[in-house]
Design a protein around this ligand. Structure first.
Ligand code: H2U
Ligand code: ZN
Length: 349
């Protein structure tokens, strides 16, 4: 079987799921289609933005005149610290099951500048963002009832992001949510079997192969995983040592992670000359005080775009009912991302 010609199912070892790849449908070469660049001309300050410094938020709080980053408790938090942790069970065999969930939700402004994105901020400012995410992981994680901290960024209206001001969210909660729980379980199983971390083995193998690597520096690499579902899905993984969480990073590694995030963001924006929408998030060690053998810190990027700034991939029909499917292979996506320049298109207009 040739992975670039024949339809096949690829296995995702992190989730234990499969993705169908049908490469013959995209046999035509990449046309290198030139898109009209989308000019992002937001003002540096927007008086109507609830995240800009000095502005009033929905709950009446006035944001300070912050420099760098600014973190606050979400005014519409989905999780609250005083929810009762009760169990509900009803119906035959307890089919109707529920459980109370305590938690804290925060919003992190990445910059006071309304017009920027992570990909348009300078390196030092992105370093500050990674540092503040690390500090929040530590702070929330040290609260006894918080056993898992999920950091994420929803970027672009297409992803349901309510405000273009650069920001992310952090949800700390009692239980480990399903997706990270499954990843942790599979990493644990791999560790039990081999005595090594799955993602550390994987990243070293990919570095030798090279064909799915997008970019790297001394400490981190960004690659299109073999089992990617979204057309330009990527992961950032530590290269040099097994790191389980943000608080284990040295200053040098924080700088290296910021570097890869920033450069990957620029390549993404340059792909379709648009401010590239995505959901991005960090998976790391839960804060439940347990061991979690084999757990490695990693960042996932799930971007919805397929062919242009407006044509997105839909997960419907077969994908909703059977399994995910893609046409362009992970190797083709990695090659396209690898060929792009690291100077932001907005800086060349
Ligand atoms: P997005 O990242 O999906 O755009 O969400 C931004 C969050 O900001 C959203 O969860 C919160 C919303 O609850 N928010 C506030 O905390 N205060 C406000 O004044 C408006 C929005
Ligand atoms: Zn703003």
């Amino acid at each position: 079987m040739n992975l670039q010609d024949h339809t096949h199912n690829r296995f995702n070892p992190l989730l234990g799921e499969w993705v169908k790849v049908s490469p013959h449908r995209t046999k035509r070469p990449w046309l290198g289609q030139v898109e009209k660049p989308q000019i992002d001309d937001r003002p540096q300050y927007d008086p109507d933005c609830y995240l800009c410094p000095g502005n009033k938020r929905a709950d009446g709080t006035v944001n300070p005149s912050y420099f760098g980053t600014y973190v606050f408790v979400n005014d519409f938090s989905a999780l609250l610290p005083d929810t009762p942790s009760e169990v509900f069970e009803q119906g035959p065999e307890g089919l109707l099951k529920a459980r109370g969930e305590k938690g804290i939700c925060k919003v992190v402004c990445f910059s006071p500048r309304h017009d920027l994105t992570l990909s348009r901020m300078d390196h030092d400012s992105v370093v500050k963002v990674v540092e503040v995410l690390r500090d929040q992981y530590k702070e929330l994680g040290s609260i006894p009832f918080i056993n898992h901290v999920q950091i994420f960024e929803n970027r672009g209206a297409m992803m349901g992001c309510s405000n273009p001001h650069p920001h992310g969210q952090i949800w700390g909660e009692e239980s480990i949510p399903d997706i990270p729980a499954r990843e942790l379980e599979r990493q644990r199983e791999y560790y039990r079997r081999s005595g090594r971390s799955m993602l550390f083995d994987y990243v070293r193998y990919e570095m030798e192969q090279g064909e799915r690597i997008v970019l790297s520096n001394e400490h981190f690499t960004a690659l299109v995983p073999f089992w990617a579902v979204w057309p330009y899905e990527t992961m950032i993984i530590p290269l040099k040592r097994e790191i389980a969480s943000l608080d284990q990073l040295t200053e040098e590694e924080i700088s290296a992670l910021a570097d890869v995030m920033r450069r990957l963001g620029i390549r993404y924006d340059n792909l379709f000359s648009t401010s590239f929408p995505y959901s991005m998030g960090i998976h790391q060690k839960p804060t439940d005080g347990k061991e979690h053998p084999g757990c490695m810190l990693h960042v996932h990027y799930f971007p919805p775009l397929l062919r242009s700034a407006t044509v997105k991939k839909f997960m419907v029909g077969y994908e909703m009912l059977a399994m995910p499917q893609r046409d362009i292979t992970a190797e083709q996506s990695a090659e396209r991302l690898r060929r792009l320049p690291e100077i932001h298109y907005m800086d060349t207009l």
